[in-house]
Design a protein around this ligand. Sequence first.
Ligand SMILES: Cc1ncc(COP(=O)(O)O)c(C=O)c1O
Length: 387
Amino acid sequence: MADSVIRFSEPDVTDREVEAASRALLSGWITTGEECLALEAELSEFVGVEHVVAVSSCTAALEIAVAHLDLPRGSRIGVPTWTFVSTAMAAIHRGLVPVLLDVDPDTLNVSPESLAAALDADGGLDAVVAVHFAGVAVSESVHRLCADAGVPLIEDAAHALGTSDFRGRVGGVGTAGCCYSFYATKNLTSAEGGAIATDDAALADFARSFRLHGLSKDAWARYRPDAKTLGYDVVGDGLKANLPDVLAAVARVQLQRFEDMQARRREIVTGYRNLLADAPVRFVPGEADPHSADHLAVVILPEGTDREALQSELQSQGIGTSVHFRPLHTFEWFGAQGYGPGPTGVPVATAHTERALSLPLHPKLSDDDVSRVCESLCAAIGAADPA
Ligand SMILES: Cc1ncc(COP(=O)(O)O)c(C=O)c1O
């Protein structure tokens, strides 16, 4: 019998999520309402932060955080080049200019040196978005540099629900908002979705209004059975980026199952690290980080590896892989807009551009799957069989 397919990512959905979605669908209220409010309360307790506002994506959460800064158009925002396009696109939508920062070779998180140079350069930076890449929190020095320069720091935590750092769980404490993703490949998924976490009540109020066209009251506030008033005002501009109750109901079950799913992720990542200990690949980060959310299992391939050929070979054996990320400075459009690297350039990101490979990682992988991925990877890069 042919080997079964090992997907790069697969949503871990059970009958419990299906029942929750059905219950919400049949409840008589399917858009943002009680389920969403409950999810927000549960997430804020889980993260340990005062306010969580659920939205339709991490991209929307980032756009809300940027909009709340209310910076003039043309303001400069530091963004690691090693990220998904939406980290920069959210700022670009608000008329800001991304300055692309280099990354640390071990974590591929924004490098404090690159950030410091951009803050000190002519024009400086007016804000920063830092990405907790693959579930590993950015270093405390990134927070300190921004604080010392008086520059707001937004956290792109698309990979970092459950990650901890010097503050406890990553969740917007002391920053200008922490943005999560519940996209299909994330460690908690509602298919699409996201949230912004903050200890700033003004940002939370802004987010509630901005996610719904800048309205002073959402539909739930106006039409629920005990609503006092049907009226609303427009208090600013905004998006249509609310999270419907059907998806919030799914996310609530995922949150209940989160610790179990994370424990399995940790086992899988540990398995990869053990089995590939003697392989000519380097893990990101080199040493396992006990505070990581283990969102991705990224390895750096030997220099000169034809990554595309290697991915095709693995695919032919039924093994899916991915690349996180193609750095922003390599996209033609960014260059054409004049969105380029800051003063240090991006030598580390450039050196890693063709070498990062994300291995399959989701809680439904078996130990046999992990062994098969390691064996196939070693064979494909011409290394000895794994330990
Ligand atoms: C680092 C990073 N930021 C932001 C996003 C955007 O998330 P969403 O799809 O929820 O908008 C992603 C999505 O993969 C991501 O990897």
